[in-house]
Design a protein around this ligand. Structure first.
Ligand SMILES: *Cc1c(COP(=O)(O)O)cnc(C)c1O
Length: 475
C-alpha cells in the first residue's frame, strides 16, 4: 500500500523495459528525501498526523502506512517493482515463499473447499497440500499429470484454484500455462502459478493467462542466499464476482464508508482485490510479515537478476556438455535441451532458457552417490537453489524426503537424481570439481566425449530419459 505512488512510477511501468524496471521501477528518489537507493524504513509504525487523517486511513480513503505488519515503504517499492516486472496489477510481499503459497490458497479456499494441484511441486508445498490444509478442511487433489483432461476430471463444484509451477522442481517440467489458464477460466476458477524457478526474467505467467503468481524470493529472485522472502502478484483481470468467491463480494463492517454502509473488497479495491485481501484479511491476522531489511536485500538482488541468470545459464550449458558424455551419468535433464521431452514447451514459454537448475542421473549405487556428493568441494550440499554459489543435492533423500516411494515415482523423482543449482563461479572450476568427485568415487576420471565450450542448444546430444518420465501436454 502506498500513499505516494509518484506519477513517474506509472510512466515507468508503462514505458520502461524489464532491465530498467528491475533497477529503477516503482521508486522515485524525490519522494524519499532524494535518497538514490531505496531506504530501509526500519519503523514499526507511522504517525497518523491528525485524527482527521487517521479517520481517512482507517476508512481506506487514503492508502497510507499505519503499521509495518500490513505495509512499509521499503516493502512497498519491492511489491510494486515485482508487479511491474511481472506485468501484474499489484503484489504483496510476505515473510517466505511458503507464506506466499499458503496465503494465496487461503485467500481463495475456505473450509469445505477444494483445490487441484500439479504433481510436480516443491517439497514444502506438497507437504502443505497433503498434510496441513486437509486438517483445516481444504482438500487437495494432486493431478496424475499436467494434461488438461486429467486436470479437468478432478475439478469439483467446490474447487477454487488450480495450482501449478511454471518450471517444476527438480526435473524442470515446464507447464503449458496457456492451456491450463483456459481450462481454469472455463471452470470459473483461479490459476495460481509458482514462478520461483523461472523468475519473471524467464517466464511472465500473467502474460500467458495466469491470475496469481507466487514466488519464493529466497531463491533466484534475490539470488544470493541471504534472505527468506515471498511474493504474490495478481493479474487484476480475474472476475472475483463470478459467484464462487463470496469472500470478495460479501459486504463487511471493516470496509464501511463514511455513511457506515458496509462494503466488499471487490467494491473498494476493484483493481487489486486479491492482494489487498491478502494484506487486510490474512497478513493482518496471520502475521507472516516481511521485514524492511529483508525487502531491501531482495531489491538489491533483483538489480542483477537478468545478468545472473544469463551467466548461470551459460555455466549450465558448459556443465551439461561435460555431463552428457560422461560414463558415470545415465541421463541429463534440462528442459532447454532439444532432447528433453519438455523442449517444445520450454521453447514456447521460456525461450531465453529454463534457468540455473538442472538434474542428472548418477550411474552408481546410492552409497557411491553419497560419496560423490561428499567429495565435491565447490558445489555446496544444500537444499537451497538460485544462489550465486553452486549447490548440489540428492532430492529423494532431502527436499522431497516426505514423499512416499509411490509419490516420488509420480513426481518423476527417482533415487538416482542429483540436482545442481548452478552459480556464478568459473565453469572450468565447476567442471573440475565434478571431475575430481567422480574420480574420488570410481578411482579414475570419467571417460567422456567432452563438448566443453560449445553451446548445447545448437548441438543436440543423445540424452536417455528415465522410464518414469510423465507425459506433459503439448501445444
Ligand atoms: C523454496 C520454494 C518455496 C518456498 O519458499 P521459502 O522462501 O523457502 O519459504 C516455494 N516454492 C518453490 C518452487 C520453492 O523453490
Amino acid at each position: 500500500m502506498t500513499d505516494k505512488a509518484p506519477e513517474a512510477d506509472k510512466d515507468s511501468a508503462a514505458h520502461y523495459r524489464f532491465d530498467t524496471l528491475k533497477v529503477r521501477g516503482a521508486y522515485d528518489p524525490a519522494a524519499h528525501n532524494y535518497a538514490f537507493n531505496v531506504p530501509i524504513y526500519q519503523t514499526t509504525s507511522y504517525e497518523m498526523g491528525s485524527t482527521e487523517r487517521g479517520e481517512r486511513l482507517f476508512r481506506q480513503e487514503e492508502l497510507g502506512f499505519l503499521y509495518t505488519r500490513v505495509g512499509n515503504p521499503t516493502i512497498d517499492v519491492l511489491e510494486r517493482r515485482v508487479a511491474a516486472l511481472d506485468g501484474g496489477a499489484g503484489a504483496i510481499a510476505l515473510a517466505s515463499g511458503m507464506a506466499a503459497v499458503s496465503h494465496a490458497i487461503l485467500n481463495l479456499a475456505d473450509s469445505g473447499d477444494h483445490i487441484v494441484a500439479s504433481p510436480y511441486l516443491y517439497g514444502g508445498t506438497f507437504d502443505l497440500f497433503k498434510s496441513i490444509l486437509p486438517r483445516y478442511g481444504i482438500t487437495v487433489s494432486l493431478a496424475p499429470s499436467l494434461e488438461p483432461e486429467a486436470i479437468q476430471r478432478l475439478i469439483q463444484p467446490n474447487t477454487k484454484a488450480l495450482f501449478i509451477e511454471s518450471i517444476a522442481n527438480p526435473k524442470g517440467y515446464v507447464a503449458d500455462i496457456r492451456s491450463l489458464a483456459t481450462l481454469a477460466h472455463a471452470n470459473d476458477i483461479v490459476l495460481i502459478v509458482d514462478n520461483t524457478f523461472a523468475t519473471p526474467y524467464l517466464i511472465q505467467p500473467i502474460k500467458h493467462g495466469a491470475d496469481i503468481v507466487v514466488y519464493s524470493a529466497t531463491k533466484g529472485l534475490s539470488g544470493h542466499g541471504t534472505v527468506i522472502a515471498g511474493l504474490i502478484v495478481e493479474s487484476g483481470t480475474f472476475d472475483y464476482g463470478n459467484g464462487k468467491y463470496p469472500q470478495f463480494t460479501d459486504k463487511g463492517f471493516t470496509l464501511r464508508d463514511r455513511s457506515d454502509n458496509y462494503r466488499s473488497f471487490l467494491e473498494v479495491f476493484p483493481e487489486t482485490p486479491f492482494t489487498v485481501r491478502v494484506r487486510l484479511a490474512l497478513l493482518n491476522y496471520l502475521g507472516a510479515a516481511l521485514g524492511p531489511f529483508d525487502a531491501y536485500l531482495v531489491l538489491l538482488g533483483l538489480e542483477t537478476l537478468s545478468e545472473r541468470i544469463e551467466k548461470q545459464q551459460a555455466n549450465v550449458r558448459r556443465l551439461i556438455d561435460y555431463l552428457q558424455g560422461n560414463e558415470f551419468v545415465s541421463w541429463v535433464e534440462y528442459s532447454s535441451l532439444p532432447t528433453s521431452s519438455n523442449y517444445e514447451l520450454a521453447q514456447l514459454y521460456a525461450p531465453r532458457g529454463t534457468g540455473s537448475i538442472f538434474s542428472f542421473g548418477f550411474a552408481g549405487t546410492l552409497e557411491q552417490q553419497e560419496r560423490f556428493i561428499d567429495a565435491t568441494r565447490l558445489f555446496s550440499y544444500q537444499v537451497n537453489v538460485g544462489d550465486a554459489k553452486s549447490l548440489i543435492v540428492n532430492n529423494a533423500k532431502t527436499t522431497h524426503s516426505e514423499l512416499t516411494p509411490a509419490e516420488l515415482d509420480a513426481a518423476g523423482l527417482t533415487t538416482d537424481v542429483i540436482r545442481l543449482s548452478v552459480g556464478l563461479e568459473d565453469s572450468e572450476d565447476l567442471i573440475e570439481d565434478l571431475d575430481q568427485a567422480f574420480a574420488a568415487v570410481f578411482g579414475r576420471r570419467p571417460g567422456h566425449v567432452a563438448q566443453t565450450g560449445s553451446n548445447t542448444d545448437s548441438k543436440p546430444v543423445e540424452s536417455p530419459q528415465p522410464e518414469s518420465e510423465p507425459e506433459v501436454s503439448r501445444v
